[in-house]
Write a protein that binds this ligand. Structure first.
Ligand SMILES: [Zn+2]
Length: 74
């Protein structure tokens, strides 16, 4: 019996069929199984990841998170 793919973010939020998706912010074209809901969420993160290339910290950036800092010379 074949295993059905399981959502990487499997949890009570899962919605829709689980399928393999390629994410636009990865350049290795690896596909990851996610349900419809979590893939939509993942794509939202990809949008945010793109803004990391910006000079200005995006509004969602929290410098206290994981001790990260936006600029070295702050
Ligand atoms: Zn899910």
């Amino acid at each position: 019996m074949m295993d059905e793919p399981r959502c990487l973010n499997e949890g009570p939020d899962c919605r829709g069929p689980v399928e393999f998706h390629i994410n636009p912010d990865r350049d290795d074209f690896k596909a990851f199984p996610r349900c419809e809901f979590h893939q939509a969420k993942r794509l939202g993160q990809a949008e945010k990841n793109r803004s990391w290339n910006s000079d200005v910290a995006p509004s969602w950036f929290d410098p206290t998170y994981a001790g990260e800092r936006w600029n070295e010379d702050d």
